[in-house]
Design a protein. Structure first.
Length: 440
């Protein structure tokens, strides 16, 4: 029996070495004849292999594949159709060896999958590196080409901004000179009227504050706007200011009323006193000066109209800007030419230089990428082969043992425990050993 177990281990190892071949049972005529008669239930036939090499077939190990009925029998033995449950220690040892080999092949398949995944990552990284290199080199070359024109554009644009600024300054200066020229008569007239008013007030002893807009608004209001302002000022003086002062004092109501009346009387008395001091004594002169002040106001309005008309005037021929305009036109033409050349150069780069640069970089990386792809494909093939071996081994072992032992006993450690039970003499068959194990 020990000799059969060694043969089983060798058979499974050979079968696993075969590419994408499921575990299949092979039994030679010599092995059937040499199998000793068993008083206990027949042991399960070993998991045999398809000959890995034609040389082994030539050595005379005349092996044959099981029939369809034998393959579908799962865990039944080749000799008498008994299952693993009626087998003995040797069957458990073969089952254990098969599970150990499955674990080994599973680890190898996982290792192959890891190598393949690493190869995939290396290939993807190399491809990304190539694309990043292409993008970086194209950007660098394109930027270098664009910068050649951008430097020239920057200088022309800076010069253009300077000339335009100088032109605006010259225009502003010219507009001011034009305004002064066209309003000089009115300004001189206002100056003369003002000086005459001041001289007359000084001769008559009239206070200088009488020659102000505020005084004439309060004592000589003329026009709807002036009279409206006059009314608002009196409302604020007689109502607003007294109310605010009385509210801040916190006095009783009668005290606030007295204070309010006192403030109103004081304001009226002050107004009348100024009236008597100025208008009452010099009404004729102040009335005459009112007409002079109206002339000044009319001149000021005319000055504002002239200045606004000059600002809105689109005709710039008054300011001698021809030199600036000529230089600006030349710079704008130069900028347009540089922009056209820049666009043409970049378009030529995209259609001519870009494909050449891309091809140069691809030629540098393609051999490395192809080598990595070849390595990846080889490792992928090995991974698939290992996974197929594991898949077929697992399916065969489940069919041969798992359907009878249950998934919980498809484990090396538990199989060793069952073997130990049989070694101790507590069980003669696998089924009995299984029962003893479950009774723990």
């Amino acid at each position: 029996m020990k000799e059969d177990n060694n043969e089983l281990t060798e058979d499974i190892a050979k079968e696993t070495a075969a590419e994408e071949v499921p575990v299949v049972e092979y039994i030679t005529d010599e092995e059937q004849e040499a199998e000793p008669a068993q008083t206990e239930p027949a042991e399960e036939a070993p998991v045999a292999e398809e000959p890995a090499q034609k040389a082994s077939a030539a050595e005379g190990s005349a092996q044959k594949a099981p029939t369809a009925q034998e393959a579908s029998a799962g865990g039944r033995t080749a000799e008498n159709g008994q299952t693993i449950l009626s087998g003995g220690k040797a069957d458990l040892e073969r089952m254990r060896d098969a599970l150990v080999l499955l674990d080994t092949r599973s680890k190898e398949a996982a290792e192959a999958a890891g190598k393949h995944a690493k190869a995939e990552r290396e290939t993807a990284a190399m491809e990304k590196k190539m694309q990043d290199t292409i993008a970086a080199v194209l950007k660098k070359r394109r930027d270098e080409l664009a910068n050649t024109f951008d430097d020239a554009l920057g200088k022309d644009q800076a010069r253009l901004r300077t000339i335009r600024g100088n032109r605006e300054k010259a225009k502003t200066k010219g507009m001011k000179a034009r305004m002064n020229s066209e309003t000089s008569d009115l300004i001189q007239e206002n100056k003369r009227i003002g000086e005459s008013i001041n001289s007359l007030f000084k001769q008559k002893g009239i206070p200088t504050f009488c020659n102000s807009k505020a005084y004439y608004l309060m004592y000589y209001p003329k026009g709807l706007r002036a009279k409206g302002l006059f009314l608002i000022i009196w409302l604020i003086g007689l109502i607003g200011i007294p109310w605010l002062i009385t509210w801040l004092t916190g006095w009783p109501a009668w005290g606030k009323a007295l204070l309010w009346v006192g403030l109103a009387v004081l304001e009226i008395a002050l107004y009348v006193a100024v009236w008597e001091w100025t208008r009452g004594k010099n009404n004729g002169i102040l009335t005459e000066m009112r007409a002079q002040r109206n002339t000044i106001d009319q001149n000021n309005r005319r000055i504002r109209e002239i200045k606004n008309a000059i600002r809105r005037d689109p005709d710039e021929s008054h300011y001698n800007l021809g030199n600036f305009d000529a230089e600006i036109a030349a710079l704008e033409e130069s900028i347009q030419q540089v922009v056209k050349k820049r666009e043409s150069a970049l378009e030529e780069f995209e259609t001519t230089s870009r494909p050449v640069i891309v091809k140069e970089i691809q030629d540098q990386y393609t051999p490395k990428i192809e080598a990595l792809r070849g390595q990846e494909a080889e490792l992928g093939k090995q991974k698939t082969e290992q996974e197929n071996i594991v898949k077929h081994m697992r399916a065969e072992l489940m069919s041969r043992y798992g359907n009878y032992m249950g998934n919980e006993f498809m484990d090396v450690a538990k199989t060793e425990a069952l073997i130990a039970i049989m070694d101790s003499g507590r069980a003669n068959t696998v089924s009995e050993a299984r029962s003893v194990y479950l009774q723990k």
